[in-house]
Design a protein around this ligand. Structure first.
Ligand SMILES: NC(=O)c1ccc[n+]([C@@H]2O[C@H](COP(=O)([O-])OP(=O)(O)OC[C@H]3O[C@@H](n4cnc5c(N)ncnc54)[C@H](O)[C@@H]3O)[C@@H](O)[C@H]2O)c1
Length: 379
């Protein structure tokens, strides 16, 4: 048994994302959850640990006790990698202290609450030579990986246009009530950072655009909507993006798109062809051409690229979804921790996290300055 000893911060029974990470970590038999702080309330914390079968000896009162006790253990017992699944404002202090004490980190997005903090983490990761993943979950889908691979191989030719969208409607029942909207951490700048919609889901769309193209967005112009005077953070936004003078696009994100669930989709148009993919139907990738009927690419077939095949556990026709996508990211991180070869793009890195923070800051800056073009270069 050479399982990686995993610790978890946040992601308790009351959380949205905890279950996804726990299932993902067990998916390829590469990790064992050995401890953590799932909840700031110790009683809730231990109750939850017992419920999921974790030995409460390594379930700690708080994050500081977690670090102090773990580093006092011999290396062969110590937790090797820690997943940070808390609300945004805790990512930076937790990841910082973890890096300083020699842990590898799997951190939820957005990486921090500011670009400055993100750069500090990047420097620390370099100094301590740690493995650091930022869980932009959607890059774990086999067909997203296939698109990236085929675009790099030139299948679409020169790319001219991208349209990437992330629409949800969950904030509608919250945002229209002045009392309820005060209770949600995603609308509290102290906990969420300088943006709600762009920080939470616009960053996924941004990372998808840079991940698929392998290119960096050079400049952007944003138009955000907060809807109410007393709501300080955006809950909807449209961003014009430019990769170059000849490759432009639009990024649309909303938490008030009534009736939408988790509608992330991307269309990318090149001289020789185009791809269309949507998360709510992730096992179908459409390949469009001017002079041929459109093709449907499906995972689990011999024709998909190596990185897509590596992220598919079952033969074609057996649908896989978001748990499998996160499982693929954990698999990539496991390979990196154990010093095995892994594919380029197998897990989103510190750089994806840092770029995400620059994106959020620039979108807010563009909107604040009267919807003007701002540069993302030479920062
Ligand atoms: N990758 C994705 O697709 C995706 C999806 C949803 C959420 N997220 C991210 O995951 C993070 C958490 O989001 P969520 O929706 O699960 O939030 P949540 O509010 O549902 O859960 C947060 C969890 O953190 C725990 N927590 C809070 N303070 C803590 C502390 N000091 N110590 C230990 N635990 C603490 C809470 O008890 C809870 O279990 C956010 O940063 C969010 O952006 C990512």
């Amino acid at each position: 048994m050479n399982k990686i000893r995993l610790g978890i911060l946040g992601g308790g029974g009351d959380s949205l994302i905890g279950i996804l990470h726990r299932v993902a970590s067990y998916m390829f038999d590469r990790y064992e959850i050995v401890g953590g702080v799932f909840n700031p309330d110790y009683e809730e914390n231990t109750k939850f640990a017992k419920q999921i079968g974790i030995n409460t000896d390594r379930v700690y009162n708080d994050f500081n006790q977690f670090i102090e006790t773990e580093i006092s253990k011999p290396l062969e017992e110590r937790i090797e990698v820690v997943s940070v699944l808390t609300p945004n404002f805790l990512h930076f202090p937790m990841a910082k202290k973890l890096l300083e004490n020699g842990f590898n980190v799997i951190c939820e997005k957005p990486l921090t609450t500011s670009y400055e903090e993100a750069k500090e983490l990047e420097a620390l990761q370099r100094k301590h030579n740690a493995i650091f993943a930022v869980t932009y979950t959607y890059t774990g889908y086999p067909l997203v990986r296939h698109m990236k691979h085929m675009i790099a191989a030139g299948e679409l030719g020169e790319i001219h246009k991208i349209d990437v969208q992330y629409y949800q409607g969950w904030i509608n029942p919250v945002i229209h009530d002045p009392e309820i909207r005060k209770t949600v951490w995603r609308l509290d700048p102290k906990k969420a950072g300088i943006s709600s919609c762009i920080g939470d889901i616009g960053t996924h769309a941004f990372q998808m655009a840079e991940y698929l193209t392998g290119m960096e967005i050079k400049s952007l112009l944003s138009d955000l909507n907060n809807l109410y005077e007393d709501n300080t953070l955006d809950i909807d936004g449209t961003v014009l993006i430019r990769f170059s003078d000849k490759f432009k696009g639009v990024l649309r994100a909303s938490q008030i798109a009534t009736g939408e669930e988790n509608n992330i989709k991307v269309a990318i148009y090149g001289k020789k062809g185009a791809y269309r993919w949507e998360q709510e139907n992730p096992n179908y990738l459409y390949h469009l051409k001017d002079d041929e009927p459109r093709r449907v690419i499906k995972p689990g077939n011999a024709y998909v690229s190596e990185i897509a095949a590596d992220g598919t556990k079952l033969p074609g026709g057996h649908p896989e979804g978001i748990f499998d996508a996160m499982g693929n990211i954990y698999k990539g991180v496991a390979k990196a921790i154990r010093g095995e070869d892994f594919y380029d793009g197998e897990f989103p890195t510190m750089n994806d996290g840092v770029r995400g923070m620059l994106f959020i800051e620039k979108v807010v800056e563009s909107n604040k300055n009267g919807n003007v073009w701002v540069s993302m270069e030479n920062q």
